[in-house]
Design a protein around this ligand. Structure first.
Ligand code: C2O
Ligand code: CU
Ligand code: CU
Length: 473
């Protein structure tokens, strides 16, 4: 049981009763690629400063991508070749990371792929992973919390033959929901909490940058892609009328079969795809219920959903969803242990940009055991997909058996993951694993791993050369 430092009692933060649901939910536009001669989809993403009316009638200083707050949704299919011009017009250094993506380390957009103010970064890769709701956001070491909070984030959807059987009409029956909590000053500027244990925990909610949102739906089944894009807050999603929904996907892949449920918890960085049934003319409110892990302390109305008087009948979605087999534990799997502590350390160490913490043979599957000895944390691994093997030695629930890249690790618990790593190897450029509470990550709750050609593990150096052109803190 965690109580927040400095306040003797558990206060429930809430917006319940304050909203009137007067603003139509904003749907991030789909990014339009230029198609190059070899078929590559080329996107330009410009990171910029701006001002945005986050609270009605008040302007806030924000960051955005091709706009003033958040970024466009990128939507591609498995097998597509993609390339990006990431233009940094922020006036300060940043990076752009593809969270949930399988790609070479130099394209990952982590803390080593810095984009100086005024520069353009041009990563490219082939989409080679099952359908997923992934996302992109900056990852500059020490600044991730600030850059994401200011508005730099967007959704990145991957389709495949399996996922296309689900409602897929973007903005109609396939709705992105980027959930972010905020603290505001009285004149409507966003405020960051630099003192709290977890960083900023807001008392107001934006969905896709919309305050006080409602959405009208027009079909009998709607797929919602929930992305917890908050710095620290976890949500227990459900509906105020208690209706159930079908969970169809975890972070990076469809479930084998849909799971009917009434609540799902997502910690920062996690995603879930749910399909909800509607009857003509009815209304409900997507809600976050109170929890007792510190980061989920609070109760929020998120989005009012109103069903049109006439609804288009959707095809039923029961039966097999994913054709991708579950990630299996190989014989003699390597086991690595990670200890999370109160000082925001992993295995008693803070992040060091020049230290390699783990060397993993590319393309292998390992068991990673995460033990949390302090506060609430979660754990995210780049360029990997994992299945939860057990939580405190107990089998995971049916709804948490899909492909994931981020997992909540409650205080005092042990979570074992079976982690499938990507095939790309690079002896010089690391990928990251870290707590996705962005304050913790910025404070150094992050480690670096290399994926190397199998058999060369002992030949690669465990320090990285200091480069004079790197501007590290
Ligand atoms: Cu969403 Cu390492 O990040
Ligand atoms: Cu990531
Ligand atoms: Cu943490």
């Amino acid at each position: 049981m965690i109580s927040l430092a400095g306040c003797g009692k558990e206060e429930i933060v809430t917006n319940v009763g304050e909203l009137e649901f007067t603003q139509a939910l904003k749907i991030p536009p789909l990014a339009e690629p230029n198609i190059e001669s070899d078929g590559t989809k080329n996107y330009t993403l410009t990171m910029q400063q701006g001002t945005t009316e986050l609270l009605p009638g008040k302007m806030a200083d924000t960051f955005g991508i091709n706009g003033t707050y958040l970024g466009p949704t990128i939507r591609v299919s498995r097998g597509d070749k993609v390339s990006f011009n990431v233009v940094n017009n922020l006036g300060e250094t940043s990076t752009l990371h593809w969270h949930g993506m399988r790609l070479p380390a130099v394209m990952d957009g982590g803390p080593h792929q810095m984009i100086e103010a005024g520069d353009t970064w041009t990563p490219h890769w082939t989409i080679d992973q099952p359908s997923a709701t992934t996302w992109y956001h900056p990852h500059l070491h020490g600044k991730t919390a600030h850059h994401v909070y200011k508005g730099l984030a967007g959704m990145f959807i991957i389709d495949d033959e399996d996922s296309k059987k689900l409602p897929s009409n973007y903005g109609v029956d396939d709705i992105p929901l980027i959930i972010q909590d905020k603290l505001f000053t009285s004149d409507g500027q966003m405020k960051e909490d630099k003192e709290g244990i977890f960083g900023t925990l807001g008392d107001e909610i934006l969905v896709n940058g919309t305050y006080d949102p409602y959405l009208e739906v027009t079909s009998s089944q709607v797929r919602f892609r929930l992305l917890n894009g908050s710095n620290a807050r976890a949500y227990h999603f459900g509906f105020t009328d208690g209706r159930s929904f079908k969970l169809v996907a975890n972070d990076v892949g469809l479930l084998q079969v849909p799971v009917s449920m009434e609540r799902i918890m997502l910690s920062p960085g996690e995603r879930a795809e749910i399909v909800v049934d509607f009857k003509p003319g009815e209304e409900t409110i997507l809600h976050s219920f109170n929890g007792n892990n510190g980061i989920d302390n609070g109760e929020f109305d998120l989005l009012k959903i109103v069903a049109a008087p006439d609804l288009k009948e959707s095809a039923p979605i029961d039966g097999q969803l994913s054709s991708v087999p579950l990630i299996e534990v190989p014989e003699n799997a390597t086991v690595r242990q990670f200890k999370l502590t109160m000082e925001n350390k992993i295995n008693d160490k803070l992040m060091d940009m020049y230290r390699i913490d783990e060397i993993v043979p590319a393309g292998t599957t390992e068991i990673w055991e995460i033990n949390n000895f302090g506060w609430s944390h979660n754990f995210h691994i780049h360029n990997a997909a994992f299945r939860i093997l057990d939580i405190n030695d107990k089998e995971p629930q049916e709804y948490e058996r899909g492909r994931k890249d981020t997992v909540f690790v409650p205080n005092g618990s042990k979570v074992r993951l079976v982690v499938e790593f990507g095939d790309y190897s690079d002896p010089n450029v690391p990928y990251m694993y870290h707590c996705h509470l962005l304050r913790h990550e910025d404070d150094g709750m992050m480690g670096q791993f290399l994926l190397v050609e199998p058999g060369t593990e002992s030949q690669v150096p465990t320090t990285l050369p200091k480069n004079e052109n790197d501007h590290h803190e």
